[in-house]
Design a protein around this ligand. Structure first.
Ligand SMILES: NC(=O)c1ccc[n+]([C@@H]2O[C@H](COP(=O)([O-])OP(=O)(O)OC[C@H]3O[C@@H](n4cnc5c(N)ncnc54)[C@H](O)[C@@H]3O)[C@@H](O)[C@H]2O)c1
Length: 265
């Protein structure tokens, strides 16, 4: 099930977290994977895990906010593996949790440059190669962008993040309509709170700052997920693998919510 044999995938922010696990699951299912990221050391750990499991993957150092680096990443992938069939736009940052009146324009722009420009540029630069190969697969080419439950709902001190993830959600639909005639499918994935390095980034500061610290934050977050736990990286990677495979051949322009029931309430 959900095989992607012979397909070529680019995964932005694939060094660790959701992207790293998605790289492992896609490689396990037969894809050749190019992991792009700013973090070289963590990417090497993920590459080693893929190779140990018998998979095929390479790393390309890449800042998703820079257009010429996207061009170089796609060129590297085409030279390495012959083309691109799957793009996972995963790289993203949470940004500073600040009230709107204290959020600087620089912070806003930095977050948008990664979470939104990065997704736009990724789509833009893989399309030519995807178009030339989409006919090879029953499910055509597949672009998957990681949005969030925060692409549906707001949260205090999260205006930039919510705006970026809502933007990813609707950019996905526009691209899906535009690219359907070329047999390229475009879908967004909306995780609830997932136990990744991004979620744990505030652990030390929270432990110093507030009563109950990080554990209290986690308990509170868990209580908002009806399934009663944080998501795991593989919960999202399994949805990504499905959307990348021909098993999802009739899905485009849609939102795949993987949130333990968070948004159902
Ligand atoms: N963890 C969660 O609870 C959660 C929930 C909803 C959505 N998401 C989204 O999932 C995606 C992955 O998040 P994660 O939790 O795995 O985070 P993470 O920090 O563990 O991994 C993100 C990766 O993206 C890379 N990255 C960041 N900026 C980059 C840039 N400019 N260019 C290239 N790579 C860059 C990082 O180096 C890192 O390896 C993000 O888009 C995030 O917004 C996460």
């Amino acid at each position: 099930m959900n095989r992607v044999d012979g397909k070529v995938a680019i995964i932005s922010g694939g060094a660790r977290g959701i992207g790293g696990m998605s790289a492992q699951k896609l490689a396990e299912a037969g894809a050749k994977v190019v992991i792009t990221d700013l973090r070289e050391d963590e990417a090497q750990v993920t590459l080693a895990a893929i190779k140990k499991a018998g998979g095929e993957a390479k790393f390309f150092k890449h800042d998703v906010a820079q257009e010429e680096q996207w061009q170089a990443a796609v060129k590297f992938t085409v030279q390495s593996y012959g083309g691109v069939d799957i793009l996972l736009n995963n790289a993203g940052i949470a940004g500073a949790a600040k009230p709107l009146e204290e959020l600087s324009l620089d912070s806003w722009r930095r977050l948008m440059s990664i979470n939104l420009d990065g997704v736009f540029l990724g789509m833009k630069h893989v399309i030519p190669s995807m178009k030339s190969r989409a006919h090879m697969w029953p499910g055509g080419g597949s672009i998957i962008s990681i949005s969030s439950i925060m692409g549906f709902i707001g949260g205090a001190r999260s205006a930039a993040y919510c705006a970026s993830k809502g933007g990813v959600r609707l950019m996905t639909k526009a691209a899906a309509i535009e690219l359907a005639p070329a047999k390229i499918r475009v879908n967004s994935v909306h995780p609830g709170f997932i136990n990744t390095p991004l979620l744990r980034a505030g652990e030390q500061a929270m432990n110093q700052r507030q009563e109950g610290g990080f554990q209290k934050f986690v308990d509170d977050v868990v209580s908002r997920h009806p399934l009663g736990r944080l998501g795991e990286e593989k919960d999202i990677a399994h949805a990504v693998r499905f959307l990348a495979s021909d098993d999802s051949a009739f899905m485009t322009g849609t939102e795949v919510v993987v949130d333990g029931g968070y948004l159902a309430q």
